[in-house]
Each structure stands twice: as C-alpha cells, then as structure tokens.
Design a binder for this molecule. Structure first.
Ligand code: PMP
Length: 308
C-alpha cells in the first residue's frame, strides 16, 4: 500500500499491555503509544484535523500563515501539517519547553517565536496567545487554530483515537485516565469510550504543581504538555469521575520504568498517565481493564531530567 503523503499514514497506533509494572492483583493496563504516530505525538491528529476543518470551512487558503501558541507538540504537529499542505507556519512557545521541541518545529521549516517563562506557565501561555491574536489582528492572512477552544481538537479523538481504542480492546473497558493539556484527549476519547462502557471510571490527571482542577495553585513543573495552568474551554468537566495528582518524581520514574521494564520509550506526561493508570488498576483489581495514552516519544526529552 502506498500513502499519498505522510499525513495519510496517521493514526492506527498500537495498544500495548504492560507486563511488568502493574502489581499482581491489579487490573491489566493497556497503553496507546502515540510516540509511534506520524510526527511522534498524539498532536499530529489534532493539528491535521484543525487544518482540514479550516480548509473545509473555507477559512484558510493558499496564502494563509498558521500561527499557534503552544507548549510544544501541537507546534510540531502544525509545522508538519504546514510542510505537507504548503502553509507558512509560526509557532509561539514558552522558552521553558525542551530545546528538542523548538528544533523539531524549525526542522519542519516553521518559525519559532519564544516568550519568556518566568515560572508562571499559565501567564506565559496567555502571553503566547495574546501575541498570536495580535498578529492575526495585524495581518488578515494569519489563521490561529486555537487548540484550547477549537472543537476540531476533541472531535478527532472522538472519531479516531477513541474508536481505535474500542476496536483494539474489543471488550469492556473499566478505567481510563489522561492528563490534561487542552483537554482534547480526555474529552474526545472519554466521551467515545464511556458511551460503550457507561459504568467505567475516568480519571483526570494533574501535575502536583498545576493541580488547578483540584483547586491548587500553579507553579513550575516538569510534566510538559499538561498542567498549563488554565481550565480549557473544550474540556468536558463532566467526563471524569475523579482527579488524580501526580508528582514530577512519579512522572519521571514511571517514564523511566516504561523504557527499562517494558521497552517503551515515551515522554514525561506518558509517565504521568501510567503512574495514574497503575493506581486506577490497583483500585479496580484483577480481571478489569484500564487504558491510558502515551502522548509522545522520549526522544524529544534528551535535554530534560528524564535523561539525567
Ligand atoms: N502530553 C503531551 C506531551 C502533550 O504535548 C499534550 C498536548 N498538549 C498532552 C499530553 C495533553 O493532551 P491534550 O491537549 O489532548 O489534553
């Protein structure tokens, strides 16, 4: 089979059973490894869908400049989509994101605009957004997909990611958990799989120092891609039963264990998700099934504490 372009090869990522990490009396834990997706993360799905949606609605054309504020993977995804579809792309990101993310965006031929993060990631993300919006005001060619409020973001997780999980498990799912960046994943996947498993338990997962759904305050943390310090517009706050807080140490050590014990090279927020999934699996017990997402690959974290 020949794909017309790299975007056509997207999705269909594997669902993998963890064999060594769950405790003996726990539910089985299945992980959907988006690090193997086109572009190395789950965010190529949302990038492609937001651009396709804008093309279909006639919102963008040949001379469009895509500008997006993002803490990383969405920028890499949009830069990739921009390269394939021929759009000039500019990504605005906090200077605290890993150097690898910045370089990957540039490698896809997009421009990076850095905004200084002085330790308040929420304020920095807001400044990234305001910069993008003022660029759009000044230049009518600028299109800002706005992943935090674009319905095409959760939509692709309903129609693709969630459906893939249902087909791959091909049986009851008792638990699902996911960290929240834009909330697209937990909203879209959660809605699709809960429809078939109405009694299942869904946990939202937050970094300890950005536990905003739990009423906590925002500080710096290492779980890049989640815990941006705001409650996103597209997040369905009714979809989760509980909020689980994960420390940076838990996220890092769990991600390292995934590589060393299961042979799965994934990012830090994958460690966050699996740390929570192991707790949920312990709670639900033997014979049950827990699913979570590994949003990206470890290879964009060489310069971070994940590799210390
Ligand atoms: N992990 C990583 C590494 C990410 O880049 C993102 C996207 N920001 C997420 C998790 C969270 O995904 P979502 O935006 O769908 O909530």
């Amino acid at each position: 089979m020949i794909y017309d372009n790299i975007l056509e090869a997207m999705g269909g990522t594997p669902l993998i059973r963890l064999n060594h990490m769950p405790e003996p009396e726990s539910a089985q834990v299945l992980v959907k490894f988006e690090g193997l997706n086109v572009g190395g993360s789950i965010k190529t799905r949302t990038a492609y869908n937001m651009i396709k949606d804008a093309e279909e609605k006639g919102l963008i054309g040949e001379d469009t400049i895509i500008v997006e504020p993002t803490s990383g993977n969405q920028g890499i995804g949009l830069a990739l989509v921009g390269a394939v579809r021929g759009y000039q792309t500019k990504i605005i990101m906090p200077d605290s994101v890993s150097e690898e993310r910045r370089k990957l965006v540039e490698h896809y031929g997009a421009e990076v605009i850095l905004i200084h993060d002085d330790g308040n990631i929420g304020a920095c993300i807001e400044e990234c957004l305001q910069t993008a919006l003022s660029m759009a005001k000044q230049d009518s060619r600028v299109f800002v997909p706005q992943q935090f409020e674009n319905p095409a973001n959760p939509a692709v997780h309903r129609s693709q990611t969630g459906i893939e999980i249902l087909e791959q498990v091909n049986g009851p799912i008792h638990g699902f958990c996911s960290g929240i960046g834009t909330g697209g994943t937990i909203t879209g996947v959660g809605e699709t799989i809960r429809e078939k498993n109405p009694d299942m338990e869904i946990w939202a997962v937050e970094p300890e120092h950005a536990a905003i759904l739990s009423g906590g305050s925002i500080g710096t943390h290492l779980q890049m891609g989640i815990g941006d310090g705001l409650i996103p517009e597209i997040l369905n706050q009714q979809i989760y039963n509980e909020v689980c807080i994960i420390t940076d140490e838990e996220a890092l050590s769990t991600s390292k264990r995934l590589a060393a014990e299961e042979g799965i090279m994934c990012g830090i927020s994958s460690g966050t998700n699996v740390a929570a999934a192991l707790k949920l699996a312990k709670k639900l017990g033997k014979g049950k099934t827990v699913v979570t997402i590994l949003p990206d690959t470890a290879e964009r974290y060489f310069s971070t504490p994940l590799f210390e």
